[in-house]
Design a protein around this ligand. Sequence first.
Ligand code: PMP
Length: 446
Amino acid sequence: LQAQYSAKRTKSASFFKEADSVIAGGVNGNLRFFQPFPMTFQKAYGAWLVDLDGNHYVDYLLSYGSLLLGHGHSVVRQALEQVWEDQGTSSFGATHPLELEMSKEIKELYPGFERLRFTNSGLEATLFALRLALAFTGKTHIAKFEGHYHGSHDHVLVSVNPELNQAGSPETPQAVPESYGIPDYYLQHTIILPFNDWPACERILTSMKERIGAVILEPMQAGYIAADPRFVVNLRDLTEKLGMVLIFDEVKTGFRVSLGGAQAFYGVQPDLTALGKVVGGGFPIGVVGGKQEILDMCSPGRSPKREEVVFHSGTFNGNPVSLAAGLATIRYLKQPGKFESIVNRTNELRKGIESLAQSFEVPIRTIGAGTIFNVLAIEGDVSNYRDLSRNRKDWRLALDYLLMDNGVYSKPLNRFSMSDAHGPKEIQATLEAFEKSFAAFKATVH
Ligand code: PMP
């Protein structure tokens, strides 16, 4: 399959070779690489991508889920032209009206945001939320869940690795660094919890209540594995009781699981939330929002002594380009029926994939919520990271190469995100690609 992939992408192959001679590994982010080489795209419009060799794809990666309206949507373009005319492209190093407008718009959907701050990425949002939480509680440790991703900073690049048998039991998860170069400090100060396993979580959190100041989680792991509603409620109650700040990382689920994120879906209010991706309308952004008493820890007027204030800074925080694009995106999505129609199309596509899988007797299913789903070769319950190790990655990978061959791109082993630009034509093209891929899959794998 990889030979077939390479043969159809000779221009991408030579481009990657050249890129690799200047850019480390040829990619600006490790997850962008896959074998034998990632393709290079020359064009994007609506739901579509065109690679250097002229192959067209329906795009389900969508800038890792950021583009809920698809590529180059007209409302985003108009907003960009306007902001360019009105105030240029960078922040003034001072608060400007668009920041206030955007804050109010977000607050309507996330009523728990008594205060907020803008950052430039999801990574910065989770990092800052954790710093606020530790300052607020005066504690030293954070707790995170197995396999939950919160961006590429040291404190959260710690997990378990069931594939390498480095997981320990769910009762005592064994923390391992997820990258070379993570100082031991973070390994010792990041406690790992098993997702959706309430008795084990309760025991670990209670036994370390003096030290753990923050519990951070993706309320839907990787955007598609839902927490049991009782688990979320239990976690909310226990963290409150034990004096821990509960942080929902909704960088992925925000505006995608529902417009108000997973917190609206579950009806559970965390103390802090990290947002990113969709809220920037395709431009870099992050948001930390939540309880005033916690966010106020970073208020510069709080104390003349710098050491008594939580420091937060960033040259491009609140940059007008991201805010204008994000504001246009949110307002568009708030129109009656808009968001629901993307969810309906997502469900239609998932149903189509599942019924094709059944008729071809291919052991593939979809799992997800709202406008995100994943395609897995797995049987039985999937409620946490350990369950995912039962996924037949080799099968999914085979399917991925076949799908790329037939004009569907989500990047190997990645989730599928939908957009407003994925209409009937794109859904039909996708289902035709799945049909051809399933037929070939049977010939390849069995
Ligand atoms: N948290 C979650 C849940 C994410 O999915 C991501 C990005 N995939 C991040 C944080 C990090 O965001 P960014 O890539 O903007 O730093």
